[in-house]
Structure formats: C-alpha cells, structure tokens
Design a protein around this ligand. Structure first.
Ligand SMILES: C[S@@+](CC[C@H](N)C(=O)[O-])C[C@H]1O[C@@H](n2cnc3c(N)ncnc32)[C@H](O)[C@@H]1O
Length: 226
C-alpha cells in the first residue's frame, strides 16, 4: 500500500518512512502533461551569459534544477557543454526529448539540490527558480562547493525568490517550498561577497501561475570568480 499512500499524500515512500525530509515535488505532476509547463523560450539570463561569455569555446555549464530543459537546450544549441539536473523525473524525460529534437547532447541526471555536491569544474553555473528549495543549513556548504568548482574567470548566474513581509506566499506554492526557511534580500549576494558582481538586483514581478494573480520578489546575481 505504501506507493499508493505516498501518491495520495503527494509525497514519497522514502519521506513517509523517514529517509528524506524532501517531499515529492508538484512539478512531477505538472511535467507529465504533453505541453512544456515553462514553455521553451529561454530565460533572459541565458542571453546575459552569452553576452558575458560568448561561446568561442564549449564552456562547461551546470544548470541546477533545469526543469524541462529549455535553458539547458538553448545553451547547448549555442555551443556550450551543458550538464543539468532536476529532482523531477518527468522534467528530465521532457528535457531529454527537447535535446533530441534539437540535436544536442546534454548530460541530464536526477538529483536533489539538498544532497548534490558538484565534483567537477564548470565555467558557468546557472540556476533559475530553484535555490529557494535549499534548506538553511545546506546553503553555505553548497555555495562554497559551487564556488570551488567554478573555474577562475567563470560565472555563477543565479536567482532566488526572497521573502518580503508585504508579499504573501504564492497561492500555488508547494509543501517543499513552505518547509524550507525563507531566503532574505541580499542573502544570495552575501555568499559571493568575494567575487566580482556583474549584476546584483532585486525585482518584484506579477505572476499568474496556478491561475491566481500574485507577486514574487526575486534577487538576481551574476558574479565572476576572480
Ligand atoms: C520554478 S521551476 C524552474 C525550472 C527551470 N529552472 C526553469 O526555469 O524552467 C523549479 C524547479 O525546481 C525543481 N526542484 C524542486 N525541488 C528540487 C530539489 N530539491 N532539487 C532539485 N530540483 C528541484 C522542480 O522540479 C522544478 O523543475
């Protein structure tokens, strides 16, 4: 009965028996539909990467929480050597399919950002809409490792949702997000205080995910290892 129970409770068998505190992500369900939940238009940060590090050689990119792969595939099509992971199997499957359709090779794999530690070098680390899943105790070691694994002159191009008292929790936020301690303004930049900043900004934007209009606040950082 455990698999059925876990499915009904929107969690995993591991979580139910105490192996992991990470609940099953809602994206697993969202990504099972045929259409691409996030579309296939790349994030504008991909163009910033291209401006700062034009692909004159196959720069090694790590995409953390790649979802259905739109950004990973865009970067690979433009000549970057991309490695990408996400916790959602359905996302990885669709990302692989998108890569096949675009005739690019990408090293996709499944991993939990709360457990994964990179062990090879990258020139560019990219992540959009994912870092808010990292629990407070894991943040410093994770960013320390990302910084170590980035080549000198390499970039970390990251964004994270941050909490503001005047912006409520998104109506469609999932359990995994609510269980994690919120991020605050400037916290992400602080992990990179010793790098060169190309961008360090905060933006509030409207969102209609889940069909209910709401707002998000996001910190965006582009930092270079000197
Ligand atoms: C807002 S989506 C962003 C997806 C992609 N970066 C994009 O912009 O299209 C958040 C992604 O984080 C993934 N995710 C959630 N929890 C995760 C975890 N613990 N480890 C890795 N990925 C996770 C979800 O499966 C989802 O694909």
């Amino acid at each position: 009965m455990l698999p059925q129970l876990a499915y009904i409770l929107n969690t995993t068998v591991d979580a139910r028996v105490g192996y992991s505190h990470m609940p099953f992500t809602d994206y697993e369900e969202k990504y099972r539909k045929d259409e691409y939940y996030w579309g296939i238009v790349p994030n504008r940060l991909c163009y910033e990467i291209m401006k700062l590090r034009p692909p004159v050689k196959p720069y090694r990119v790590l995409d953390i929480g790649c979802g259905e792969g739109k950004d990973a595939v865009f970067l690979a099509k433009n000549g970057y050597a991309v490695t990408a992971f996400d916790i959602a199997d359905a996302g990885i499957e669709k990302a692989k399919e998108l890569a096949r359709r675009n005739h690019v090779e990408i090293d996709f794999f499944k991993a939990n950002v709360n457990e994964y530690m990179p062990d090879t070098a990258f020139d560019i680390v990219f992540s959009s809409g994912v870092l808010h899943y990292i629990s407070l105790d894991k943040r410093k070691p994770f960013f320390d490792r990302l910084k170590e694994c980035t080549s000198t002159g390499g970039l970390n191009v990251l964004n994270v949702f941050v909490a503001k008292p005047f912006i409520g929790i998104a109506p469609d936020s999932e359990e995994a997000e609510r269980l994690v301690e919120p991020w605050y303004s400037g916290e992400l930049a602080n992990y990179y205080h010793d790098w060169l900043f190309h961008k360090n900004e905060e933006t509030i934007f409207d969102c209609n995910s889940g069909g209910i209009p709401h707002k998000h606040c996001m910190d965006i950082l582009i930092a270079e290892k000197m």
